[in-house]
Design a protein. Structure first.
Length: 407
């Protein structure tokens, strides 16, 4: 099978009888020296980000002339983090409030997996924001370990996993991996799920993907990609034994179905989460070219303040990167990965205008592996990437930490 790049070689699709051979139990969960290096890198970048947050609350106060810095955790109390906090603390429909209430915050747009975990962690960590940061810290560690291991299965070069994680952790929107958002938690399920699927451990892959669909609708895109990978493995010679695992591919649909049932019981609307997104974030359906045109107008048409215009410019840039990634994946016949990224782009690119596409790049693991492959073949690329990414990443982190992310 062709690959993402000349240096990117995923393992061949094997019959299930071969892939199902158990690994030595003693080494199954053992951290290698490469894993420990990745965790050290992850910890150092978290410390760097926490320093940035600490200084941001002193140098960029919400109001001019103040003589005391904001609370320590104030930089992380913005935007979606507050939505998740409110759901975890008060539930989806507190005191009978809901979409029928004036000034409703459309919280049902957010899937319940993260708020449920946040409420559980809050029982031992009294501060809600600290509980969310702890979830992201632990989930991010799992995610980068899995990303490094996936990269090592694709790239034969020494240090490929470490290189991939470096590029990932210095990506423009990396701050959201540390905040009380769902990206880190979703990746903590999605990346191990993909790793399990490439080894034909379909039950484990389905269970992890199911946890992912409880966190984000992106889990359904992952389920589609793993389903296609399953079909390709059958075609490659998996036989009847592989077909016995087919039922596992349906398991990830259960959390979204259960959540839709819950919302219908309270609102009478099976797709209340989608309608909440439409009301709150302009996610009504528009053709891809209309969405592009509206975003372009917001970015360059002089209709928005400079802060909002910059955000729209970032949305356009991320969409171009995503489209190029899909085209490359299709060219290299990496069909499951192409389906995953393409579904993400379709969901994000058919609203009134683009929203959250830069954050979605964090979820496109083929992008970071592909960039790592390019940097291994072209050493100058790593230097260029770091010189460009470092200031952009810092700028995005500051805009979020100072409450200026959405303009």
């Amino acid at each position: 099978m062709s690959t993402l790049s000349p240096g990117l070689r995923p393992p061949p699709v094997r019959p299930a009888a071969v892939a199902a051979a158990p690994e030595p139990r003693a080494g199954r969960f053992r951290l290698s020296s490469a894993d420990r290096d990745v965790l050290l890198l992850y910890l150092l970048t978290r410390i760097s980000l926490w320093f940035t947050a600490h200084f941001a609350r002193w140098l960029f106060p919400a109001q001019s002339g103040v003589r005391e810095a904001a609370p320590v955790l104030a930089p992380f109390q913005h935007w979606d983090a507050n939505h998740y906090l409110h759901i975890a603390r008060d539930g989806y429909f507190p005191a009978g409030a809901g979409p029928w209430t004036s000034g409703w915050d459309n919280r049902e747009a957010f899937f319940p997996g993260y708020p449920f975990l946040l409420r559980a962690v809050h029982t031992v960590v009294p501060d809600w924001t600290a509980a969310g940061l702890l979830i992201s810290l632990a989930a991010g560690a799992v995610a980068v370990l899995a990303l490094a291991r996936i990269a090592r299965t694709y790239l034969p070069e020494e240090g490929a996993g470490h290189r991939t994680v470096v590029l990932f952790l210095l990506s423009p929107c990396a701050v959201f991996l540390a905040a009380g958002y769902t990206e880190a938690l979703f990746l903590a399920f999605a990346l191990p799920a993909w790793l399990a699927a490439t080894k034909h451990r379909w039950a484990l892959a389905a269970a992890l993907t199911t946890l992912g669909t409880a966190v984000r609708v992106s889990g359904l895109f992952l389920a589609a990609a793993i389903g296609l990978l399953f079909l390709l493995s059958v075609r490659a010679g998996g036989g009847s034994r592989t077909w016995r695992s087919a039922g596992w591919t349906l398991l990830p649909a259960l959390p979204p179905a259960a959540y839709s049932w819950y919302l219908h019981a309270h609102t009478g609307d099976w797709t209340a989460w989608k309608h909440a997104q439409e009301r709150g974030w302009y996610r009504t359906f528009h053709t891809p070219w209309e969405a592009w045109a509206n975003t372009w107008t917001g970015a360059f048409g002089g209709t928005q303040s400079t802060g909002y215009a910059f955000m729209f410019q970032a949305e356009l840039a991320a969409m171009v990167v995503g489209l190029a990634l899909v085209a490359l994946l299709v060219r290299r016949r990496r069909w499951p990965e192409a389906v995953y990224v393409a579904l993400s782009l379709w969901a994000l690119g058919t609203s009134y205008w683009y929203t959250s596409v830069p954050r979605a790049t964090l979820l496109w693991w083929p992008l970071w592996i592909g960039l790592a492959a390019l940097s291994l073949r072209r050493p100058w690329f790593r230097t260029v990437y770091l010189c460009v990414a470092a200031p952009v990443t810092t700028l995005v982190a500051l805009t979020f930490l100072t409450g200026r992310w959405a303009g």
